[in-house]
Design a protein around this ligand. Structure first.
Ligand code: SF4
Ligand code: SF4
Length: 179
């Protein structure tokens, strides 16, 4: 597996796009190429009741009620290798109909926060995420990126056991809230 850098785009524009995705207003736009690391990472896929298109393309036997969530919210599991059941060797078999969880996932959040997953099943995500390299249109963008990294370090110090995903997302949210 290569560790060659991949352009992540301008950090300012990316933060704006992620803010929209976190509000549920848009999909993320990740240059995944042939990568399927997050589809093989042993993650339960959260699907809301209003996601009728996704649910219509996923066999009912692959989902189950999400504990503690509103009626109709379901989770899709993974196989013994951590692979999503909708993943084939050619990629996602329901790509145009994939759940919101998949549409809004963006592993650049780890690069932005300089925090990477350390769970074995997420090793390929960490490898991929370490390859992203952001660019800066201005010194303000560089400063904003430093704020994300600093927020992540503060969170890590306060909550050492917090997994990388919520930690990175919370760090980004903190900086977005200051905009
Ligand atoms: S790990 Fe990142 S690059 Fe790979 S498929 Fe997921 S979002 Fe795309
Ligand atoms: S539904 Fe598709 S995009 Fe989502 S985890 Fe499964 S294979 Fe990946």
């Amino acid at each position: 597996m290569t560790d060659a850098p991949i352009p992540a785009g301008g950090v300012g524009a990316w933060l704006g796009e992620l803010a929209g995705a976190l509000r549920g207003e848009r999909d993320t736009d990740v240059a995944c190429g042939a990568c399927t690391a997050c589809c093989r990472s042993g993650q339960f896929i959260h699907i809301d009741a209003d996601e009728r298109d996704a649910l219509a393309h996923i066999p009912a036997e692959l989902v189950f009620p999400a504990p503690g969530q509103p009626h109709g919210t379901v989770l899709m599991g993974y196989d013994q290798h951590g692979r999503c059941p909708m993943l084939s060797d050619q990629g996602c078999t329901i790509y145009e109909h994939r759940p919101r969880t998949c549409r809004t996932y963006d592993c650049r959040v780890f690069a932005a926060a300089d925090v990477f997953p350390d769970e074995p099943e997420k090793a390929d995500i960490a490898v991929r995420a370490r390859r992203w390299v952001f660019t800066y249109e201005s010194t303000d963008e560089g400063a904003e990126h430093e704020q994300v990294v600093a927020a992540a370090r503060t969170l890590r110090a306060a909550e050492p056991d917090l997994p990388a995903t919520p930690l990175a997302v919370r760090a980004v949210r903190q900086v977005l809230d200051r905009r």
